[in-house]
Ligand binder design. Sequence first.
Ligand code: SAH
Length: 341
Amino acid sequence: MKRNLYDLTREELEKYFEEIGEKKFKALQVYEWLYQKREVNIDNFSNIKKEIRDRLKEDFTTNFIKIEKKEEAELVKKYLFRLHDDNFIEAVIMYHDYGNSICVSSQVGCNMGCRFCESGRQKKIRNLEAYEMVEQILKVEEDLNIRISSVVIMGIGEPLDNFDNIVRFIKIINDGKGIQIGARHITLSTCGLVPKIYELANIGIQINLAISLHASNDELRSKLMPVNKVYSIGVLKQAISDYLQVTSRRVTIEYVMLNNVNDRVSNALELAKLFKGMNIYVNLIPYNETEALEFKRSSKDNIKTFYDTLKKNGINVTIRKEFGGTIKAACGQLRGSMKRK
Ligand code: SAH
């Protein structure tokens, strides 16, 4: 099968041109067509001679993922994409005062099996290729006629379970001649695949790391997130600490607020004790209830008390602003409703 041109880092494209006996600066020209001029038709790469364009067309496609469905609210848009093999994934766009952000998916389904997560119920079908992540951004920018300034890898899938493609994706969007998303504007969220966190610290692009913790002790976390039986809170904490050392980037601890499950004051105290003195901040996420699962969202009062307790105990904490409740913006819900049909 032909490779997709959006799947290559500039380095890989340089190597390709060298292999076919051409100058490697052609990679830069191709990148300018793809990412600056947004030209999808290789025939229109007018500063590249026809012979090479023909060769490019033989070796690559520029096929795009397709918009299947779109749901819109004022400050948030949600896209359901159809992939070439008729699988579906989602992306969500949020408008902030500081710019537009996109939440991209990294896999079709997910194998991590978090009990409260809609995507976790639907087993992983396959990894996304880098181009399928790049194209989520390009397609949305085209459709809404906007530029996206920050990217969170927090949609369907466990990104660190698709490591090589994720790194390629990050390199492509971070490239100074590509979409030019700065490392500080890229955030990867993981359930805690510890060995891959160490690898991520060393890719040379210092992105923000978010850890889905969701529990304040191992017993509770293992019940909610099977991954904790393999990498417990202790080893995860060590990995976070090392990530902070290597990258000097602040790490976010995500904590989804589940009614009567993990939202007691005792949980907040435990959490504060765990991370006291570390350069992290906790993001409390009001749970998005989903039809198929029994978990409920914590009450506003409980969330506020939890927040106050963390604060009083020296932890930086925010409550996630809500965007998508009315449009099924929670991870995997749109894809889930598509599959149920
Ligand atoms: N696998 C990665 C990224 C995808 S999930 C991870 O675990 O971080 C993105 C975030 O959404 C995770 O923190 C996940 O636990 C959380 N999440 C999943 N279902 C949710 C729901 N229904 N409501 C709120 N947050 C949810």
